[in-house]
Design a protein around this ligand. Structure first.
Ligand code: FDA
Length: 388
């Protein structure tokens, strides 16, 4: 018998935000996670060989324009002044991203100002009409013209989706932003930075509350542990942040996801690529990008004779693969609606986070939506919270 006021399934940013807020209001919260560490996909760890902080589930860059979220996260960590910038390699040449005036002028060997570049791309984009594009390729060309599309979007997208862009629906991309300045800062948000002591220290501070107990390596669907689904639903209020289709035993079918494979390598040099993230735009390179983690923290005194890099490969998830990005086919959307109807009639359980709602959420979005759940939905489950 679980002796808690609230059970939170999943210790990612969504689950920990709910747990911390509820504990701060005097509730006893049990957080379980099937993994052997807390923090969900934002978890990071120190590579033993190089001493460099590595993001185990892919690079995580914090950015937000939501003042409430910014105020909240600053209770647990300070942030560095890191600003994210990305470059891409195409046919042996490196270009800045997102596509900006620097990319355009380097690519066309030109010296256009903003108006001339805009006119050039508008002329090249005239080949297809965006509103009648029949596939991703036509849509991409209608947005930025064929030359830039073929160089920077076509093969990269094919690698991400293991599918030729002529076979992908146009809705996969709604816009391809082009900046008619030389600004290549990746995010436009008011606040950006990386946690000074790393992600795991931040996540641990969120869980470090006398009202919170965390149990790791504990699966909600494992009947052998006491906080399992059949022993808790209807008995103790539950916030569930695992996959929504798994909760209902895939009764409406499986929702499809893309996953990533990561290949790490320690190199006997101080610096491999001179930048945190290098994309590989062409089809002759199987990976989509390489992360070099030392560059996320130039302020740290990392050793200068070794570096760690991580190559990223993208593919459709199968079986027990980690679900990373929702594929969102028309069938997925149908299934999601069916699951949403089921969640609405599942009394005593709230569904949240990226897996529980089947949507891509940045960290600030996961935290913001958890704060809203605590304000708006949790008091229905826990009347003691109402009126706080
Ligand atoms: P999250 O997946 O983190 O946590 C869910 C937890 O539930 C997991 O720990 C899981 O083990 C647990 N769980 C699942 N089933 C369970 C069960 N049956 N029993 C017990 N526990 C269970 N965001 C951003 O702002 N900047 C960035 O740069 C990136 N980069 C990035 C890269 C990649 C490759 C991905 C996939 C995602 C990002 N993100 C990101 C998004 C970020 O990872 C996301 O916002 C958070 O993970 C969301 O937190 P959640 O708590 O919703 O899920």
């Amino acid at each position: 018998m679980v002796s808690a006021d609230l059970l939170v399934v999943g210790s990612g940013f969504f689950g920990l935000t709910v747990a911390e807020r509820a504990a701060e209001r005097g509730l006893k919260v049990l957080v379980i996670d099937r993994r052997d560490h807390l923090g969900g996909n934002a978890y990071s760890e120190t590579d033993p060989e190089t001493g460099i902080e590595v993001h185990r589930y892919g690079a995580h860059l914090f950015h937000t324009s939501n003042e409430r979220v910014w105020e909240y996260v600053n209770r647990f960590t300070d942030f560095t002044d890191y600003e994210h910038r990305v470059y891409t390699t195409h046919r042996g040449e490196v270009f800045p991203l997102p596509i900006n005036l620097g990319t355009v002028n380097q690519f066309f060997r030109s010296a256009h100002g903003p108006d001339a570049a805009r006119a050039l791309l508008a002329e090249q984009a005239d080949e297809f009409d965006s509103s009648t594009a029949r596939n991703l390729e036509e849509k991409g060309i209608s947005l930025i013209g064929r030359p830039l599309y073929e160089a920077f979007i076509r093969d990269y997208t094919a690698k991400q989706w293991q599918t030729d862009p002529t076979e992908l629906p146009p809705e996969v991309i709604s816009r391809l932003p082009v900046r008619y300045t030389y600004d290549n800062r990746y995010f436009n948000d008011t606040h950006e930075g990386l946690p000074v002591d790393g992600y795991t220290a931040w996540l641990e501070r969120m869980a470090d509350h006398p009202g919170i107990e965390v149990r790791l390596s504990t699966d909600f669907f494992d009947e052998g542990q006491e906080a399992n689904k059949s022993a808790t639903v209807g008995v103790v209020p539950v916030v569930y942040t695992g996959p929504v289709d798994r909760y209902f035993d895939y009764a409406e079918g499986r929702l499809s996801w893309r996953t990533l494979d990561f290949e790490s390598e320690v190199l006997p040099i101080g610096d491999f690529q001179g930048t945190p993230v290098m994309n590989y735009a062409d089809s002759d390179t199987a990976y989509t990008r390489i992360h070099e983690f030392r560059h996320f923290h130039p302020e740290r005194d990392y050793r200068s004779d070794k570096t760690i890099i991580m190559r990223e490969f993208s593919r459709f998830a199968e079986g027990d693969d980690e679900p990373y990005y929702p594929v969102n086919t028309p069938e997925d959307r149908e299934r999601l609606l069916a699951y949403r109807r089921r969640t609405e009639s599942e009394s005593g359980v709230l569904f949240g986070g990226r897996l529980g709602t089947y949507q891509y959420l940045d960290m600030h979005m996961a935290i913001g939506s958890a704060l809203s759940m605590v304000d708006n939905q949790l008091p229905d489950l826990l009347p003691s919270l109402a009126g706080d």
